[in-house]
Write a protein of this length. Structure first.
Length: 292
């Protein structure tokens, strides 16, 4: 499922830690990592070319390190706008997953991990895993790469019942991992969208739907629980994540319910930035957002 992974890097210390984290994906089926660093065009062409050559040499060193970890590796140094080049590389290389950090700053003072990660997470046509800075900070004294597999042990799956959310569920079902994980199916009913007297009925109806979906996963090694709450979607999902100590949030790219607000605009960025764990965004063709 994660055979070929694209990893954008800005060579920051945080990106280095994220690369170590990525090395652990070998234990869950990864075979090849494509490294990419985008050089933004300077006014003087020779300056741009010099930067490109320098970055290409730096990526070759990262390739060699990945090979010592048992992974195949290659690299790209395109010239252009970071998020556009990352998305282009992901399509051209036909990767199964993009792994990107949520913050950081590079050698040339070009911000790659931050606004770019938000853009990539929203506009990619394949799954995007946004790795959180806190995950790597908390790995003090522990090999960071071990956190990769551990991230899939307890998954929070927010759903609004839309086709895009269903795509995320199908992806979870298809995860072929060397351990049995837990999935928490969650739906948040926003009281602003439901008449006051109908909230409890809506909650009961949604809980029944989630239990049906959970029952359909019986017989797999995945243990499924359900949780339906009333409140502000982002706040309640973050609360569930904290209470349950989830290790990964998996969600569809858009949706007709609260996802429409959550994953398009500032709330999507807040979810990625405020969650205490990595966030995996699953994209589907019917949910794809065109790159402008």
């Amino acid at each position: 499922m994660f055979n070929k992974i694209l990893f954008p890097t800005d060579f920051s210390a945080y990106a280095e830690k994220t690369l170590e984290y990525l090395a652990g994906f070998k234990d869950i089926g990864a075979e090849h990592v494509v490294l990419v660093h985008t050089v933004q065009e300077a006014e003087e062409y020779p300056v741009t070319m010099a930067r490109q050559e320098r970055m290409a040499a730096a990526l070759k060193e990262k390739e060699e390190w990945l090979r010592t970890q048992g992974l195949e590796a290659s690299s790209l140094v395109p010239i252009g706008t970071p998020y556009r080049e990352i998305l282009k590389a992901a399509r051209t290389e036909e990767v199964d997953l993009i792994v990107i950090g949520s913050q950081g700053k590079g050698l040339l003072d070009e911000v790659l991990l931050g606004s770019v990660s938000d853009r990539v997470a929203r506009e990619a046509t394949m799954p995007v895993l946004v790795v959180k800075h806190k995950v790597l900070q908390d790995a003090t004294g522990v090999k960071v790469e071990k956190r990769s597999a551990e991230s899939f042990q307890k998954i929070l799956y927010p759903t609004d019942g839309s086709p895009c959310a269903q795509s995320a569920l199908e992806y979870i079902k298809g995860m072929s991992l060397p351990f049995c994980g837990q999935v928490i199916m969650a739906n948040i009913i926003d009281p602003k969208t439901v008449a006051t007297g109908k909230i409890e009925a809506a909650k009961a109806e949604m809980l029944a739907k989630l239990k049906t979906s959970a029952k359909a996963m019986e017989g797999t090694c995945i243990h499924v629980t359900t949780d339906v709450r009333v409140g502000v979607p982002l706040e309640e999902l973050l609360k569930i994540g904290k209470e349950e100590k989830v290790t990964l949030i998996v969600m569809g790219s858009t949706g007709k319910g609260f996802f429409q607000e959550m994953l398009i605009g500032s709330l999507s960025e807040n979810m990625i930035r405020k969650a205490r764990c990595p966030v995996l965004i699953i994209h589907d063709e019917i949910c794809a957002i065109p790159v402008d």
